[in-house]
Write a protein that binds this ligand. Sequence first.
Ligand SMILES: [Zn+2]
Length: 476
Amino acid sequence: MAYETVIGLEVHLQLKTKSKVFCGCSTAFGAPPNAQTCPVCLGFPGSLPVLNRQALMLAAKVAIALNCQIAKKIRFDRKNYFYPDLPKAFQISQFDQPLSQHGYLPVSIDGKEKRIKIRRVHLEEDTGKLFHQKDCSLIDFNRSGTPLLEIVSEPDINSPEDAYAYLTSIKSLLQYIDVSDCNMEEGSLRCDANISLRKPGAKELGVKAEIKNMNSFKAVKAALEYEQARQAGLLDSGKEIVQETRLYDAAKDVTESMRSKEEAHDYRYFPEPDLVPFDFEQALLKDIKSSIPELPGPRKKRFMADYHISDYDAAVMVGDKAMADYFEKCISIHKKPKEIANWLMGDVSAYMKEKNLTIDDLNLKWAHLTGMLKMIDDGIISGKIAKTLLIEMIQTGKAPAQLVKDKGLEQISDAGTIEKAVAEAIAENPGIVSDFKGGKQNAIMALMGKVMAKTKGKANPKKVNEALMKRLKGAV
Ligand SMILES: [Zn+2]
């Protein structure tokens, strides 16, 4: 690679509060347009903002979880610009005295931990939403005034893949501390990216482009890959890169120029006169800190140390908080972490993905899952039958022992029944038998399959194998 890629990400996060950040209107998603508005969030002259305490608490929780320093003095500023979704013609945001700065997020990249620095985390209000029709545009102000947190990374990210890893890690952390729905489809989590290229070893940053309009983490990665190649092409042919904002078009998988990038001075920031500067009480910060649970990074290390599972398995388990909690509940009564992780990452996850459900949505009690694993260990059911049983358990919510009894799924270990099925399989498949005798060891698997089919998958595989070997070897 002739250039070093430098990426910084801005994540916008809607905080999970019942009401808006500067007024009492509801933030519930899906209400009829403009049903959740008042003079404050519609920007009527003379209306006064009042800061939502819960929004500030959640914002500080994110800042602390991201290892940021909370500012001694916190102030809000007006960011002035005109746009139809912003009736006041300014957004209440934070400029030079943001809530917090200088944090970091540990991100696992290629099995190694990298600390991506966080420049700042600040609180602001969201704008309304525009709906462009054929010959007009409609505005919904329900979103106007929703508490929005801006999390700005330093340009510490060096590839589109690392950007993807950072976003996945930050989303997982935000879900752990329960501050947002993190739903990209409903817009509660959004991301803009800055990207520039420079010669390896260069101190100065290259000219950057800001990319907007990406509605999934995959889209962020794809847009950055496109932009990385576009900028490299320009530099290779000796052309200049223009500092600008570009929109990602997912259908065409390209970024297109939208406008030249504004500088901070274009916004004429000044202190918001209707909200006084304030500081945090130390006791309050202490309370917030103690409300933060064990975070994904430390939890992953603990899983590897305590449960002896691989880096990959631990990362998958920990990435989804509900899954990690479920995993630990299972281990509390069935001390086989690797086996539990395999089922959760395999058949359980496959079912969740197919039906688009979370582990909490599944009708699968953890005592039922571990009960099933114990039945495999005890030789009552085969691993193969367990796959069917698992689906039955999820669909009916019934206990495994009950289902095994109702459906007659017990494993067949009875020597007579197995011997009979083995004898039949050998008699009916002379071709396979002669393959085996001719030295094809794998032919035994084909015979196993025939025996399993005869016993509807219920024969004890170990016993079938023994019986087959005995009979075939004896016949040689
Ligand atoms: Zn309002």
